[in-house]
Design a protein around this ligand. Structure first.
Ligand SMILES: Cc1ncc(C[n+]2csc(CCOP(=O)(O)OP(=O)(O)O)c2C)c(N)n1
Length: 367
């Protein structure tokens, strides 16, 4: 086990003081520590490419190496600026990456992490990114060599961290929010939608709770497609589907997820599909990976949807108007946006979608 404090001290010794990244469950205690307990400069980015790019900007203005943290699935978002801006053949920019290694061959993991986990080291080799693996405190000594190399060669280097390596933080706080919970919304939603609807749900707790609640309470209206990976792309999948379907298409999104690829919403806005209905479950945080802030609370989603061409906007902030708002939203002419303010806290003993091919095939019947 490695304590976050010791990891940060080791980086400090190597003059790394600036942090940006996208939260990940393996690195939960790192981003939470930086957000809550550390005075270091720390910015949560909306996607991994943006994090790399902020790091590049930081280097250009300070000549110092930034630390960028990300889950290995987000390496794919990061690769464009890594290769096309920071790479050796372009601007040769020193960057230090901390990568949460989901699906590492040594640790059993979910289907969506297996392939990426298997190829992560090869990807880094292909990208000519020097790396080390941190498994215990004494591995922190490897950082000096690798960071020196980054400085000297003006190159990108990385360290990888597997599941259950970083010590967790004791951070249970009482949730005093007045908003409804995600499961409360989902239950109402599943009882009020038309029988033949299609639901495309985002990465993390949303998909897991949708599946679990169906099972526990026998909800049988609508069919689900769980976006277990591809965070930020559930609305695009829903848009693509809505084009060729007469059914009502509901995208069940998160605020972190919607911000990751916000530009996609404009596509829904100009396509103007009447059957496209978008729900943002807004808890202002990345709850599924530790509750780090997304800053979505600073967005006026009504003004935003209007400017990008969604026809309607509904908002749920209180328990009293859930049913009424859902009914009006379902009946409205899309594209429509329903913003649901929710509090953090999810169901216990959540299972995970397993037989993904079956789920896909079932979803594809009766389009
Ligand atoms: C490309 C990518 N980066 C990071 C992650 C890790 N991740 C999984 S769920 C999640 C948080 C999603 O936040 P939000 O959409 O607000 O939903 P919530 O967890 O609050 O329900 C993150 C960051 C990921 N799966 N994929």
């Amino acid at each position: 086990m490695i304590q976050v404090k010791n990891l940060l001290n080791a980086l400090e010794k190597n003059r790394i003081n600036f942090f940006t990244g996208v939260p990940d469950s393996i690195l939960e205690s790192l981003s939470t520590y930086l957000e809550k307990y550390s005075l270091k400069k720390h910015i949560i980015a909306t996607n991994e490419g943006a994090a790399i790019s902020m790091g590049i900007g930081y280097y250009l203005s300070t000549k110092k190496i930034p630390c960028i943290y990300l889950q290995n699935s987000g390496l794919s978002n990061a690769i464009n600026p890594l290769i096309s801006i920071a790479g050796k053949d372009v601007y040769s920019t020193p960057l230090f990456l901390i990568i949460g290694w989901r699906g590492s061959p040594k640790k059993p993991d979910e289907p969506q992490h297996k392939a990426k986990g298997r190829i992560t080291l090869n990807l880094l080799k292909l990208l000519k990114i020097n790396y080390c693996i941190l498994r215990q405190e004494k591995d922190l000594q490897k950082l000096k060599k690798i960071i020196l190399r980054s400085k000297k060669n003006k190159s990108i280097v990385a360290c990888l961290i597997e599941k259950d390596t970083l010590q967790t933080l004791n951070k249970k706080e009482k949730n005093k929010s007045r908003y409804i919970s995600r499961p409360e919304f989902i239950k109402n939603f599943l009882s009020l939608i038309p029988k033949k609807s299609k639901i495309i749900s985002t990465t993390g707790y949303t998909s897991r709770e949708l599946m679990e609640l169906r099972k526990r309470f026998n909800f049988n209206k609508g069919q689900d497609f769980y976006m277990v990976g591809g965070m930020g792309h559930s609305s695009s999948v829903a848009i693509g589907y809505a084009l060729n379907s007469k059914k009502q298409i509901f995208c069940l999104d998160g605020d972190g997820s919607v911000l990751m690829h916000l530009g996609s919403l404009r596509t829904a806005g100009y396509l103007k599909n009447k059957n496209f209905k978008h729900i943002i479950l807004n808890n202002n945080s990345h709850e599924s990976v530790g509750g780090q802030l997304t800053n979505a609370n600073g967005i006026d989603f009504n003004k935003f949807r209007e400017s990008i061409g969604y026809r309607n906007y509904f908002k749920i902030e209180k328990r009293d108007n859930i049913k009424n708002m859902i009914t009006r939203f379902v009946r409205s002419k899309g594209p429509s946006l329903l913003e649901v303010k929710i509090k953090n806290g999810s169901l216990k003993n959540l299972s995970r979608p397993k037989n993904l091919i079956k789920i896909k095939e079932k979803f594809m019947v009766n389009k």
